[in-house]
Design a protein around this ligand. Structure first.
Ligand SMILES: C[S@@+](CC[C@H](N)C(=O)[O-])C[C@H]1O[C@@H](n2cnc3c(N)ncnc32)[C@H](O)[C@@H]1O
Length: 332
């Protein structure tokens, strides 16, 4: 997150969100996919997308001003940057991130209602009822997490060299299971998640060619008994969407899914005792109020209490300076 240096320019940047909104909408409409095979006029774009031609004219001119499009005569084509970042299928595609942000736009508009009522402002549960939004969010997370997973391994933040059976709980797109299994050839993983995420994970695991070592199971961990005999349980970006009590109960159950000597590793935005650092975590907690209603980013002390209460020992916080995402490890 940008450092908290407050200047008039920073306030101007915050107020000046119109261009951000144009770019999100252009990704959601897939303007750049439409233009990938050649230039089009505003009328042609409007007809393809079922939009109003004079309005689209203004929209495409603004995107040209932002240098995402080029304009020659009455025809528009993708700029180099748009071709690289905004055409679906490009290796550097950023559209999932922008479309996920676009899906969140609506609920941030209800911040006042959330503050007044304390209630979540998302009508549909994203991972249970909104496959399209969930898919964009999971693929956006996947893009970010690939370098993060490599970083965790290279830094030696966790030692998986002796581990054989991993449970990736709420594994999402499968980024971490894939990265850890690629790096450690002796490791097998079971990824459990709900059906929408499990479908995304199956694609990611298949394109990594790891179907023989990673099993993807459709499970709601609050409703089903989990398989056992794991020596490593990985829980990334899951606890922040759950209530304090739901997390405490989860770790009590997970303790019994591990073999003695096995480790549970929580990867999340873990807060200090003031609950204001890292900055991203404090801001994210408000997003959780809007989005889940039950969750927030938890402090190390809170996570320590769940793990210690469940019977884990040697509970420790592994963190790097300036890292928003950190690890808590506990041993059975
Ligand atoms: C924000 S995503 C994180 C995905 C991945 N672990 C990562 O760090 O990129 C949270 C995932 O947890 C899953 N999840 C949350 N609650 C769950 C539950 N009760 N049972 C199974 N999966 C759950 C969601 O479906 C979603 O895929």
């Amino acid at each position: 997150m940008a450092p908290n240096r407050w200047t008039p320019e920073r306030f101007d940047d915050i107020a000046d969100f119109w261009a951000d909104r144009l770019v999100m909408e252009s990704a959601a409409l897939d303007i750049y996919g439409q233009l990938a095979s050649g230039s089009l006029s505003a009328e042609e774009v409007a007809e393809r997308l079922g939009l109003d031609a004079p309005a689209v004219h203004l929209f495409l001119d603004a995107l040209t001003a932002l240098e995402l499009l080029n304009k020659r005569g009455h025809r528009y084509s993708n700029s180099e940057a748009a071709g690289r970042y905004l055409v679906p299928g490009s290796p550097d595609y950023m559209g999932h991130r922008l479309i996920a942000a676009q899906h969140n736009w609506e609920i941030w508009g209800h911040l006042f209602d959330a503050l007044r009522t304390g209630q979540r402002q998302r009508e549909k549960h994203i991972f249970l009822e909104d496959p399209e939004a969930a898919r964009h969010l999971l693929l956006a997370l996947h893009r970010d997490a690939r370098s993060r997973a490599a970083d965790i391994l290279v830094r030696g933040a966790i030692d998986l060299s002796e581990r054989r059976q991993m449970l990736d709980l709420g594994g999402g797109a499968g980024t971490y299971a894939v990265a850890f299994c690629r790096f450690h050839r002796q490791l097998h993983a079971t990824l459990v998640d709900r059906p929408i995420a499990a479908a995304v994970a199956r694609d990611v695991v298949a394109s990594a060619g790891l179907e023989d070592r990673i099993t993807v199971l459709e499970y709601d961990v609050d409703e089903h008994e989990l398989p056992s005999n794991y020596d490593f349980i990985w829980i990334s970006n899951v606890i922040h969407a759950r209530s304090y009590n739901a997390n405490r109960a989860l770790f009590e159950r997970l303790y019994h899914r591990l073999v003695p000597g096995g480790e549970v590793v929580i990867h999340d935005m873990i807060m200090d005792d003031t609950r204001t650092r890292p900055t991203r975590g404090a801001v994210f907690s408000v997003y959780m109020l809007l989005s889940s209603g039950a969750g927030r980013c938890y402090t190390f002390q809170e996570i320590f209490d769940w793990l210690d209460g469940a019977g884990f020992h040697d509970v420790r916080w592994v963190r790097e300076p300036d890292e928003d995402m950190t690890l808590v490890i506990g041993t059975r």
